[in-house]
Design a protein around this ligand. Structure first.
Ligand code: ADQ
Length: 519
């Protein structure tokens, strides 16, 4: 995932060191922090860089949205981060509100960042064996055809990695010097399902919210995991006061899981579960993008430069996808569908190019290495079948380049988002806001975004390749006026359900909302 802003060098950990104050009452817990460190080759000084990523950007929005100062607890992402984590527990990190554009004001919000000194072996098990791929694959239902082997390695990695890292986080959060009495703790994503349950018994003074950014599947999908693991996940989450998801469907799946797998009493009307003598509520908060910041970025010179480059080399029409190279994004089936369309509609050959901007991801996980190979194989096969001297049907670029992605968003004819499952999918929201050419969208019914946008885009089932081929053809063939009307409606939906709304809805439920800012 990429931020709207390039990493900006800042001050090193020595001079950025601060003592935490005691008035802080909002604590964010996420695997990634807003900052990472490197050592200058010139003078050996530490340099801090702003981290990229959709989740980081969203959490930065929280820092800007609330009045009180915020603490952010995260894991180190490199050996350099580990050195810094050992040398000093807290680093101050400033956000320039003009730069990130959340409020449009010139004031600067800041937070205190604490990276926990997690042992590398435990982190590897936690991240590369359990969180990605096991939990990611279970929750995106990528095991439908071939369930995983949960052997000794996975059991050990569960205890020595996932449980251990969650325990390290819970232990740090237990300390009132890290989390002052009465704080609100917002825990993010599938890395930390156990933290709320570990924290609750010793810190009943805290208000704990957990938010899951990826799909929450139906109870049956969880049966892929051994009962002790899946029960620990549900019970861990139920240490929260509020559990948040992107869609009403994910909430419903969670409630059914509590009833079916744990036998707990569930009030479906209220979205509430009785657990351990407490009432836990499940709510949905559909995440979005910072539309103002994106529109400003779309007008930047670097985007114009990429747009010129694209224009110089483009064929008449472009089918676009922008994704991490992740099996959940269904990239291989997307290329198969494109080939299917070229077979059924040979008149399109030579005039439509599939531009795929793929960001490499999770290279330490064998499933991802295999998937990348499968992507290259299908691209080679399709290009070998259809290429002519003047035209190559698939233009695959392995890039992490948001300026190029935004330039492509501006002028695509069809955007393909065919995820097997997706918590939300921010690519479709970004593309709809930026497109200037009446681009049409083909969207998976299993992306969270289809709840909001399904009625104005062409929706598809992610496993149905011929349907995706026909949907792309339909989108390419749609009259321009229809495409422009649909785009305008869809972009309005995204602009009115923007990231600020996602944040304020949660903060209001937590009860710490400030007065709405004029936007
Ligand atoms: P992701 O799975 O990463 O997020 P998504 O929501 O689509 O998926 O966000 C991807 C982000 O990365 C977008 O901001 C996009 O612009 C950027 N990106 C993708 N490819 C890129 C490239 N080649 N170059 C530059 N930037 C690129 C997880 C869940 C989603 C959920 C989000 C937020 O899987 O379902 O929407 O978190 O909760």
């Amino acid at each position: 995932m990429t931020d709207l802003l390039a990493a900006r060098p800042g001050s090193g950990p020595r001079d950025a060191s601060v003592r935490p104050d005691d008035s802080t009452s909002l604590v964010l817990v996420a695997h990634r922090g807003p900052v990472r460190f490197s050592k200058s080759k010139d003078d050996g000084r530490w340099i801090s860089h702003r981290n990229a990523g959709g989740l980081v950007t969203a959490l930065e929005g929280i820092v800007q949205e609330v009045e009180q100062s915020v603490r952010w607890i995260c894991a180190p992402a490199s050996d350099e981060d580990r050195v810094v984590a050992r040398a000093q527990p807290w680093t101050r990190f400033s956000l320039d509100a003009t730069g990130s554009g959340t409020t449009g004001s010139s004031t600067s919000a800041s937070c205190r960042v604490r990276m926990l000194d997690i042992e590398r072996a435990a982190h590897d098990d936690f991240y590369n064996v359990i969180a990605n791929p096991l939990l990611w694959f279970v929750q995106h239902e990528l095991y439908e055809q071939a369930p995983p082997q949960i052997g000794e390695r996975e059991r050990r990695a569960w205890h020595d990695g996932y449980v251990e890292v969650n325990h390290c986080f819970a232990a740090a959060l237990r300390d009132p010097a890290t989390v002052p009495v009465g704080s609100t703790v917002m825990v993010h994503d599938y890395h930390f399902y156990l933290v709320p349950g570990m924290l609750r018994p010793t810190r009943p003074d805290l208000f704990i919210q957990h938010f899951t950014h990826i799909p929450w599947p139906r109870p049956e999908a969880w049966r892929v995991l051994p009962a002790p693991m899946r029960n620990a996940i549900f019970r861990g989450l139920l240490g929260s006061d509020i559990v948040g998801f992107h869609t009403a469907g994910h909430v419903d799946n969670f409630l059914h899981g509590c009833e079916d797998l744990l036998g707990l009493p569930v009030d479906y009307d209220e979205g509430a579960i009785e657990f351990d003598g407490r009432r836990v509520v499940a709510r949905h908060y559909p995440i979005s993008i910072n539309t103002d910041a994106l529109e400003n970025f779309a007008a930047a010179p670097e985007v114009a430069e990429r747009a010129r480059e694209l224009q110089a080399n483009r064929s008449q029409r472009i089918v676009l996808r922008v994704d991490r190279a992740d099996p959940s994004k269904n990239i291989v089936r997307g290329f198969e569908a494109f080939a299917h369309m070229l077979r059924r509609h040979p008149e399109l050959r030579g005039s439509v190019t599939f531009l795929a901007l793929l960001q490499s991801t999770r290279r330490d996980v064998p499933e991802y290495v295999d998937y990348m190979r499968a992507i290259h194989d299908i691209v080679d096969a399709v290009n070998a079948e259809f290429s002519t001297a003047a035209w190559r049907p698939i233009d695959l670029r392995l890039v992490d380049d948001l300026a190029l992605a935004v330039a492509a968003y501006k002028t695509f004819d069809v955007l393909l988002v065919n995820s097997v499952a997706d918590g939300m999918n921010l690519v479709v929201k970004e593309a709809l806001v930026v497109n200037e050419t009446g681009g049409a969208v083909v969207l998976s019914k299993r992306a969270g975004a289809s709840d909001e946008l399904g009625s104005v885009v062409v929706t598809v089932d992610p496993y149905d390749v011929p349907e995706q081929a026909e949907a792309m053809y339909e989108a390419l063939s749609m009259p321009e006026a229809t495409r422009r009307d649909r785009l305008a409606i869809a972009a309005d939906i995204v602009r009115s359900n923007n990231m600020q709304k996602w944040l304020r809805h949660q903060l209001s439920d937590i009860g710490i909302a400030r007065e709405p800012l004029a936007t």
